[in-house]
Design a protein around this ligand. Structure first.
Ligand SMILES: [Fe+2]
Length: 299
């Protein structure tokens, strides 16, 4: 009996770390009612949480296929690298996507190299304190310089503006709340109502930050960080979110807030379950790694 259980456990670990971790999915999601009347739909490719290391050839091959989707805009919500040598691999993988309009924020794992951690600790606390120990030791500045040099907007506690498709888009973003580097005060204030679309971008979908984006009039919020729970229980879903959001909204499209307050404001939220894993937790279960093509539609 014990040997059967042990064999089952070994098979599950093998599946999660070898098969599902490399079983990349492209999700396609419609976002209704965010563009002006009569506007042509806008295709937004949302990538996140690649945690790239030089050996992840299947992940890089998948990312190289994404330009064929011909997105109008690319959004990268952070945790792109997990090795000091990963920046060039990331840039090469993104390839022609960098010639398209794009925007990015950092996650804490773009700054700090991964370290081993007992995954069970996620059950009683988030990893928010794990990076207090160090000065950043990953080449996050070069990562940002490469994406900025290609024309992508750096939205780490910054606002920005881009034309994508036929639309004028106003952006605001924050650095990672998970490592206490978010400074919403630096982007606070009403979003430009003259823009055709107002987008808020962040790594970790923290409700207190998202409340501020919504109050300022941002219509669609993009985030990553959660890995969709990473190890999900079929029929139950994510055990944890590793941030302030509830389990039901750990990945995919939802509303924030779910029930509009006195001012009646609400925004769409898309949380990417991400493409990678920490090198120290190389497994995904019932939560395939993903990129998402969002199709934004007119009112
Ligand atoms: Fe991540």
């Amino acid at each position: 009996m014990i040997s059967i259980a042990a064999a089952g456990g070994a098979a599950a670990i093998g599946y999660a770390s070898v098969i599902e971790r490399n079983w990349f999915a492209l999700r396609q999601v419609d976002v209704p009612g965010v563009l002006p009347d009569g506007a042509r739909p806008l295709r937004v490719l949302h990538v996140s949480d690649m945690h790239l290391t030089p050996g992840r050839h299947r992940l890089m091959s998948f990312v190289r296929t994404l330009d064929a989707l011909e997105p109008d805009l690319v959004a990268n919500t952070g945790d792109s690298i997990a090795s000091p040598r990963a920046v060039q691999y990331l840039i090469d993988s993104l390839g022609p996507l960098l010639e398209r309009p794009g925007a990015f924020v950092y996650g804490s794992n773009d700054l700090f190299s991964p370290k081993p951690r007992n995954p069970l600790t996620y059950l009683w606390r988030t990893s928010a304190l794990d990076h207090d120990r160090d000065e950043p030791d990953l080449p996050w500045e070069r990562l940002g310089e490469e994406m900025s040099a290609a024309g992508w907007l750096d939205l780490n506690n910054k606002r920005g503006r881009l034309k994508a498709g036929e639309l004028d888009i106003a952006f605001a973003g924050v650095h990672d709340s998970h490592s206490a580097k978010d400074r919403y005060d630096m982007v606070a204030g009403p979003a430009d109502g003259m823009a055709d679309l107002r987008l808020g971008v962040m790594h970790s979908p923290e409700p207190t930050v998202m409340d501020q984006f919504v109050a300022d009039g941002y219509q669609l919020l993009l985030a990553g960080h959660t890995h969709g729970g990473q190890l999900r229980v079929p029929g139950y879903g994510a055990l944890v979110t590793n941030c302030g959001i509830d389990r039901a909204r750990v990945r995919g499209l939802s509303l924030h807030p779910q029930v509009a307050g006195a001012e009646g404001k609400t925004a769409w939220l898309h949380v990417s379950a991400g493409l990678g894993t920490s090198p120290w937790a190389p497994a995904r279960f019932a939560c395939r790694p993903e990129a998402t093509l969002l199709t934004l539609l007119p009112r």
